[in-house]
Design a protein around this ligand. Structure first.
Ligand code: ADP
Length: 260
């Protein structure tokens, strides 16, 4: 690619300007590349459930005289449709977050309330697997942030912990604050994540085990949404994990300090 800035008439005195343009250009090219990749991924990801729906409909057409088959495949169609809905909602969410267009609606929040809301939202899925969600409040920090986005981020982490754990194992959600940093850790004793995958799980559409993720309705977008929500709050999200032992995801935010 020829950088666009070469067409600009730049005199030696404009070294700094030139550098700024180069940087700007590199950045916009990277952004452009990333947007293009995203579009390709989105169409690929949408094709899978649409293809599955079409095949299932075909099977029903052929087996219309057998009510058992019709019922079974109609149920599968509903599951695919649910997955497709989730996928589209998450694509809209990640697009909004990435474009920076979702001007974070900042307000002063009690983080324990946000944690409770996220845990409540994940409870139905946890109950279905007899997974106990244990909340461990070591501190009750206040933070500045967008309540809905923070609930979404923490809920994603708890949903994943439930999703990738065996039935009957507990998931702990602990809240702490130290040195001006509030942290929420979601600790599971699930399947864990290998080193290589740990480096990539925050990427859009990346799944450590695509077949398993697909089966459980995973889209591969959850953690990239969590990462973007953390970034929009000048926070961070990190993972510690060991296959066969479990995973801990830690979401960090600055504690709101009372002006004295
Ligand atoms: P998905 O919709 O597939 O769960 P995510 O972006 O939320 O997408 O997660 C990406 C991948 O990271 C998952 O497919 C899974 O392989 C892995 N993963 C995420 N959370 C956990 C966890 N708590 N335990 C084990 N693996 C996990």
């Amino acid at each position: 690619h020829t950088p666009r800035f070469v067409h600009a008439r730049v005199t030696p005195i404009d070294d700094e300007l030139c550098l700024a343009l180069v940087n700007d250009n590199t950045e916009s090219r990277a952004a452009e590349q990333s947007r293009r990749e995203f579009a390709v991924n989105v169409s690929h990801e949408l094709k899978t459930p649409i293809g599955a729906l079409s095949l299932l409909a075909e099977t029903i057409e052929e087996a219309y005289e057998d009510p058992e088959v019709v019922r079974k495949f109609a149920k599968k169609m509903r599951k695919e449709a649910r997955r497709l809905t989730k996928l589209i909602q998450e694509i809209i969410e990640i697009t909004r977050l990435q474009s920076g267009g979702s001007v974070v609606d900042q307000e002063l929040l009690h983080l324990d309330g946000v944690v409770h809301e996220a845990v409540e939202a994940a409870k139905v899925a946890a109950d279905a697997k007899e997974i106990r969600l244990v909340t461990d409040l070591k501190a009750r920090p206040d933070v500045y942030g967008d309540r809905d986005l923070l609930v979404m981020a923490l809920r994603n982490l708890v949903d994943n912990a439930v999703q990738y754990s065996d039935a009957g194992t507990p998931v702990t959600i602990s809240l702490d604050a130290r040195d001006g940093i509030a942290s929420v850790s979601v600790i599971d004793r699930g399947i864990g994540i290998g080193d290589k995958d740990q480096e990539r799980i925050f990427e859009r559409f990346y799944r450590a085990d695509p077949a398993r993720a697909r089966d459980t309705g995973g889209t591969g977008l959850g953690l990239s949404i969590v990462k973007h929500i953390a970034l929009q709050h000048s926070g961070s999200v990190a993972v510690w994990s060991e296959p066969g032992v479990g995973s801990t995801f830690t979401f960090k935010l600055a504690v709101h300090q009372e002006a004295s």
